[in-house]
Design a protein around this ligand. Sequence first.
Ligand SMILES: [Zn+2]
Length: 322
Amino acid sequence: MAAEAKRVIALDIGGTKIASALVTLRAGEAPLIEHYGKVPTEAKLGGQRVLGNAIESARRVAEAAVGGLDGIGVSSAGVIDPATGDVTYANEIMPGWGGTHLGAELARELGLPARVLNDVHAHALGEARWGGGKDASSCLVVAVGTGIGGAFVLGGHILLGAHNEAGHVGHVSCSDATGVPCSCGATGHLEPIAAGPGIIERYLELGGDATQADGSPMDGAEIDRRAARGDQAARDAEARSGHAIGEVLGSMCNMLDPDCVILSGSVAQCGPAWHDAMERGWHEAVMPPVASTPVRSGELGGNAPLIGAAENVVRSGYAEFE
Ligand SMILES: [Zn+2]
C-alpha cells in the first residue's frame, strides 16, 4: 500500500520575497509543489506588515488547496525558536521582525498547526530528507551563495544548538582567510573569502574588470564564464573560494563523519576551477578514514526551504510519517 501523503502549506519568508506553496510529501516519491506564489516581503514596513503578508500568503494556498491539510510549515529569515515558532532575533534587513510570534499567529489565523524553522535550517532539512541526502542517515548540508550557511542533519533531525544558531559554516576559521575581517566582527572566517562577494572582490584585486561588456557590474556568473575561457584572474578568484570551502568541509567531516556532504547554492554551481580547488582543499584537510565521504550537489534548488519547512511539520508529531 502506498504511504499516506501529507499536505502542508509551506512559506519561505526572506528579506525581499515571501514564497508560498502547497507541498505534498509522500515517502518514496519526489515532493510535489503546487499553487506556488511569491509576494514582496515589504520588510522595511515592519514586522507586523511582514506577518500580515505571510498570513495572506498562507490563506491563498489554503483556498487553492482542495482537501485536508496537515499544517503550516514556515522557513524564515532570522533566529527562530523552533519549539515556540517565535522569531527571537532579526537583523536590520527586517526591522521589527524579531519578537514576532510567527508560529502562534499563523496557527491562530489559519486554524492549523504551524511549525517554524530558520531558512538555512529549513533548506538543509529539505535537502537532507528529500534531496541530495534522501538515502543518507546523516549529512552535512552547506549552501554557498551570497553568504555561507548550513546544518548537520542526523536521522532527519537538525542539530540546532543551544541558541538555535548551529550551522554557521561561514563563520568557521580557515587558513586561507587568516587576517581577513568578517562581517560578524571576527577575523579569519570562511565567508568573506569564499562566498560570492569574496570571489568578485578577489577578481578585482587580481586586476579583473569591474564591469561586464554591457556596462553592468561584474558578477559571479560572468567570472565563472571567464574562468571557463581560461581567464587566469577569474580562475584564481574561484580557486581561492573553492580551496577554502574544501578545507572547511574536510575539517568538518573529521569532526562529524556524515554519510555525505551536500553542497548547494550559486557558488557551488561554478566550473572546474572552483571544484578542482575544492577537492585540493578537501584532501589537504580530511583524514584518511573519512576521505571517501561523498560530496553531492543539492537537488531541490530554490524549493529546498519550502520542502524542509513542510518536512518539519510532517515529522514534528502533528502527523506521523510512515
Ligand atoms: Zn564571521
